[in-house]
Design a protein around this ligand. Structure first.
Ligand code: ADP
Ligand code: GN1
Ligand code: MG
Length: 390
């Protein structure tokens, strides 16, 4: 699909997806939502967004004629097994961000998420079936893009993610829980991938031999960032770890990055993970799940915009090693993500939500095609870093 058509399509899907109050799930949701300290009577609940992990809905309430909107999310407890710790991270990080943003003269109610407590003061609600739910105020007059529409959008998203890291540069990193252990430990991800090939639980390995070979040929690259970190060549930082374009809300009026969202994976990490993951998603000329890799390539202009925006947002906090290794971050995160999609395909699509058969395989193929294109454009990628760092 044309990458730019995707934003419209998702908006339309969302708008068509109104479920009636007769739907038993909606009644259940109503009961769950009543557990939270929100204002007004619920008038509407709609499926929302295009995340691969949680189930997100937008809730509307009315009180004395005043309309309010909220985000209501079912946390994926297969992916996040310790919800107490996950929500402790998010509650603490958002409280910290709100204070910092206020001190800098910003508007914390629009520039940071805020966890809405349950009526009995908890950060999330666990129902009788062990489903876990949370709520945030819905940030209005903002958009979340599933594809870059113009280079400026990508630049502004980079400023926002860089700024997010700068805001958290003094946050006590040791107090954060690892919500998914070894999330970006690419070498361990490679081991898991090899085990999945070996087990071949769904009999799919024979069909993906070229993809398996592509990764095997790059085995020596898997541990490169972890090793540099162990050798103290790279600093540990508070990072977001899932910097997809749709995880930052953009101000509808100004077009500037407004609020970094999807904080489930805020953990100790490397800045290169945040830079790399954003580039692999946003600077690809094709959609992450394109069915034909012919349209996949690294858009060097978008890459340049992201480098410039990220360095600006980071406000000089990156070390020389970090700056020089930005291209490595981009390629490694692309390889790692493709490897995760392939692993999930081999395991029977148990992790990433799919909407059609082979979607995870398509996702894997786009990532590998992108990594291959980065190899072809490697010198340009490096040159741009030197030019932007001047
Ligand atoms: P997932 O982990 O499944 O990706 P997200 O937290 O990213 O879930 O939420 C999914 C989508 O919901 C986002 O991409 C964004 O469009 C929207 N969203 C999430 N939180 C808010 C919020 N507080 N205000 C407005 N939109 C939001
Ligand atoms: C998931 O939640 P979402 O859709 O923003 C995944 C990321 C992947 C991404 C690939 C917790 O992100 O790591 O890069 O899909 N999140 C988790 O699109 O695994
Ligand atoms: Mg998300």
């Amino acid at each position: 699909m044309d990458k730019k058509k995707r934003n419209t399509e998702i908006t339309q899907n969302v708008n068509c997806n109104i479920r009636q109050d007769t739907d038993p799930y909606i009644s259940d949701d109503n009961a769950r939502i009543r557990q939270f300290a929100i204002e007004g009577t619920v008038t509407e609940i709609r499926e929302y967004g295009s995340g691969h992990i949680n189930r997100t809905k937008r809730v509307e309430t009315v009180q004395h004629g005043q309309r309010r909107q909220y985000i209501f999310q079912q946390i994926n407890t297969q992916v996040f097994q310790d919800v107490d710790r996950l929500m402790e991270n998010i509650t603490n990080v958002t409280a910290y961000l709100r204070e910092k943003i206020a001190a800098q003269g910003g508007d914390p109610s629009r520039e940071a998420l805020q966890v809405i407590p349950t009526k009995d003061g908890k950060s999330y609600y666990r129902d009788a079936d062990a489903g876990c739910y949370r709520m945030y105020p819905f940030i209005t007059d903002a958009i979340s893009l599933d594809a870059v529409e113009k280079p400026q959008d990508f630049y502004e998203s980079a400023v926002a993610f860089g700024n997010f890291q700068a805001l958290l540069s003094e946050y006590p990193v040791e107090t954060l829980h690892e919500t998914i252990p070894d999330f970006h430990h690419t070498a361990k991800r490679f081991q898991t991938f090899c085990q999945a090939v070996e087990a071949d639980a769904c009999g799919r390995a024979a069909q993906v031999q070229p993809e398996i070979a592509f990764l095997m040929e790059r085995e020596s690259e898997m541990g490169v960032l972890v090793k540099l970190f162990e050798q103290k060549e790279l600093p540990l930082r508070v990072t977001h770890n899932d910097t997809k374009l749709n995880n930052v809300l953009m101000d509808r009026k100004t077009g500037k990055g407004l609020c970094v969202i999807d904080l489930d994976t805020v953990m100790p990490g490397l800045s290169l993970y945040d830079f790399g993951d954003a580039v692999r998603f946003g600077a690809n000329t094709a959609a992450e799940d394109a069915t034909d890799t012919a349209g996949v390539s690294l858009d060097l202009e978008l890459y340049r915009q992201y480098v410039a925006g990220y360095l600006k947002g980071c406000q000089g906090m990156l070390t020389q090693n970090e700056r020089e290794l930005l291209p490595v971050g981009a390629k490694l995160m692309t390889l790692e993500c493709g490897m995760r999609f392939l692993t999930d395909y081999l395991c029977g699509d148990v992790y990433f939500r799919i909407h059609r058969k082979q979607q995870n395989l398509d996702r894997c193929r786009t990532q590998f095609a992108l990594a291959a294109d980065m190899e072809r454009k490697w010198e340009e990628m490096q040159e741009m870093i030197s030019r932007c760092s001047l």
